[in-house]
Design a protein around this ligand. Sequence first.
Ligand code: ADP
Length: 547
Amino acid sequence: MQGLMMDVPLLLTAIMNHADQNHPNQEIVSVTADNPLHRYTFTDCFSRARKLANVFNTLGAGADARIGTFAWNDYRHMELYFSISCSGRICHTINPRLFAEQLIYIINHAEDEFIFVDPMFVELLEEIAADCPQIKGYIVLTDAANMPESSLPNVMCYETLLAAESDAFEWPELEENTAAGLCYTSGTTGNPKGALYSHRSTVLHTYGQALPDTMGISALDCVLPIVPMFHVGAWGFPFAGAMVGTKFVMPGASLSDPKMLVDLINDEGVTISAGVPTVWLPVLKYVKETGRNLKPLRKTAIGGSACPLSMMEEFRDLYGVQVVHAWGMTETNPLGAANNHKPATATLTGEALERHLQSAGRAVPGVQLKIVDDDGEELPWDGVAFGALKVRGPWVCATYFNLDQPSEAHAEPGWFDTGDVATIDAEGFIRITDRTKDVIKSGGEWISSIDLENVAMGHSAVAEAAVIGIHHPKWQERPLLVVVKVDGAAVEARELIDYFDGKVAKWWIPDDVAFVDEIPHTATGKISKLALRGMFAEYVLPETSAR
Ligand code: ADP
């Protein structure tokens, strides 16, 4: 027997219309290249989104065109998010920090028809435009007065195009599985792969994200997404914030400008933010050095890579900010798990609490998790057994976009192999040990580079730490700790190695420490283990090593 409820499709259009009707006067504040502090309301945003939908028709964009965006977090990108998807087209956010070959591959593979680009990325596109012949036009996200000179073919001005259109537009009633967004993994091995989100997957993700035990956001919040809108939809904040009616503060190109971020947090009353650990390091350093504060901020989501315990404690103890340690990936739209207390953990103290905080959380309702051994057998949820982390759920990628052959990650029907290694405890909290390819194999056992990095980050002389496996004649691999020192700190390798005593198993302790000026990062701001392994390819561990 069928249920007798209305079969209303789950569409981003419904989120937009709800925001438009129920929160018309909520503000979106943006830093853009042509305006240091632009302000307008949800009503303005959605009215311009309708004009933009008319622009797509005028330009002759196909009914399911992939439309590329090359842009920072600001109100114009917000308009693009809603207008592209709600008009039935696919918003393909492109990470401008990728290499030229990757960009060319992605744009051609997606068969993008148009690209909307921030002025500062115009030059970047000029270099690759000849290799992307199918692009019918480039639209620069600025007004006529600020249009840059450009050799791009068929280059147009965003504000000029909008000004020519009416804001009358009837959004189509789409089928809920219609594709809405496209984001490519950064492809550290092989070509990038596209995760193609649907309206349904993103709407369900949005509900999951807003829940109290995920991000817990409300109409009284003010959201500053530091995570870029060009990567996995800024972790879904543009949709979740619109749905619940938060104020938005969009930092534009200032994502890595600590002063600007701290100004915005204080001046605009930001209560919730989100970003990878590496964007927070300079912010915390700046706040400490200047004696400023983060008063309005009540919590921030940190994920994308393991958040060091020292960072969570600094946020909590010095600034009263709760860190929601979260886990996810491009293929999970992206949120899979978030660490918020439940009765069994709320009273933890001391080391038990410290250990608990390092968990990347428990499954967001809707996402199922399991860990399996090499034979695919499910492992117990005891917090000890670790294995390949697999996920399933309505916002998990079922297959990659236009791939010639099914990916290995989808080998088990109905499940996606995340490429992460994890434990799950009896309360459902996961702890990411490593990416499968980063795990250090020593004497047939595995060492977690994430756990070692976490310990190193607790040392006051360490600004940033990464651990990689180095070939060892007897043990196969041994850990090398790579460290960027805090400015002016004097610390020797021996002291750092001794610092691990009693904090991890003896045989896990790194064999050596290499001091560097800078640790390489990926296009998404994470530590690039691949580049580090390249840097230390010829590295020979000291003779005395081998525990
Ligand atoms: P890319 O790094 O290629 O841009 P994603 O942004 O999709 O790809 O990254 C997803 C990966 O980031 C996960 O598979 C996992 O390895 C890592 N990750 C995400 N959140 C966490 C976390 N809280 N702790 C440890 N690793 C994490």
